[in-house]
Design a protein around this ligand. Structure first.
Ligand SMILES: NC(=O)c1ccc[n+]([C@@H]2O[C@H](COP(=O)([O-])OP(=O)(O)OC[C@H]3O[C@@H](n4cnc5c(N)ncnc54)[C@H](OP(=O)(O)O)[C@@H]3O)[C@@H](O)[C@H]2O)c1
Length: 273
């Protein structure tokens, strides 16, 4: 089989969480362009319907399912709806997440509630989705009808920290080791890997301004959503069959050299030798 044939995802079924907008939408479209049918999930119905429409424009099937990943019964229902519609799950992209209420609070101001929302949204949701999906992947492997690819979306903030950035960095770092534990537990049937995006503003002016247009990024620019999709396709495809428990960082070289966007710069500016 040629390299390009191995990239194809024809007849595979992928669940993408947080697929209503942003990176989740971009990865849904890329996976569909590679041949997969997509279960498009998030909480906001209008947004998942919109992504589903874009998936269908590629010629693939889309099943929009409302789901709150922090609620295990909602996750279980979403996975049951997937199996009822498609009868299989080959790929799970745990992308739902982001900053939650009070994400930038000083430690003393973090309530039990805001701490839990941050951890639930960025770590526990992925755990619930894996717990619901993995039995289907392992059953398919046992009958020789498939195997599983899990792609968890962490962040540069899973690999470094930020001032007053507690629940998000803790959750995204936790997601990395949770993924490594998956990769140690199911290596015969499932590969679990991570993508760590850098700064992707989705064209939003407020984010572009906050991140100074990417001038702190070694490549001098911010990420484009469509640049993440191919990495997701690679991790979902046969081209990455020997990759397990790894992180692909897509950040224009930020972590390689240590980027310091406004708000995270050292209190005492570093001197250039
Ligand atoms: N953009 C970046 O620069 C960047 C950098 C590093 C890492 N990341 C990570 O990449 C992922 C996507 O980020 P993004 O920038 O594309 O975010 P976004 O534009 O805010 O989209 C987040 C998606 O997740 C969904 N979501 C949030 N909470 C959810 C919940 N409890 N249950 C189900 N769905 C939920 C949202 O839909 P609903 O609100 O409708 O549910 C939405 O579809 C996140 O995990 C984020 O932490 C992003």
């Amino acid at each position: 089989m040629s390299v390009l044939d191995k990239l194809k995802l024809d007849d595979k079924v992928a669940i993408v969480t947080g697929a209503g907008r942003g990176l989740g939408r971009a990865m849904s479209i890329a996976l569909a362009e590679a041949g997969a049918d997509i279960v498009v999930t998030a909480r906001t119905k209008t947004q998942i319907e919109e992504t589903a429409g874009l998936v269908r424009q590629t010629g693939r099937k889309a099943l929009p399912v409302s789901c709150d990943v922090t609620d295990s019964s909602s996750v279980n229902a979403m996975v049951e709806a997937t199996v009822a519609e498609f009868g299989r799950i080959d790929i799970l992209v745990n992308n739902a997440g982001g900053y939650t209420a009070g994400y930038n609070d000083e430690l003393a101001d973090i309530s039990d509630e805001t701490w839990r929302i941050g951890i639930d949204t960025n770590l526990t949701g992925a755990v619930f989705c894996c717990r619901a999906v993995i039995p289907h992947m392992t059953a398919a492997a046992q009958t020789g009808t498939g195997r599983g690819k899990i792609i968890n979306v962490t962040s540069g903030f899973g690999l470094r920290a930020g001032r007053n950035n507690f629940s998000y960095t803790a959750a995204k770092a936790g997601l990395i080791n949770f993924t490594r534990a998956l990769s140690m537990t199911y290596p015969a049937t499932i590969q679990a890997n991570l993508i760590a995006p850098g700064l992707f503003p989705h064209g939003q002016k407020a984010l572009i301004d906050w991140w100074k247009g990417g001038k702190f990024v070694p490549m001098g620019r911010l990420g484009l959503d469509e640049e993440l999709g191919p990495i997701c396709v690679f991790l979902a495809s046969g081209l990455s069959d020997y990759m397990n428990g790894q992180i692909i960082v897509l950040d224009g070289g930020g972590l390689a050299g240590g980027q310091a966007p406004t708000g995270f710069a050292p209190v005492i500016p570093m001197e250039v030798a």
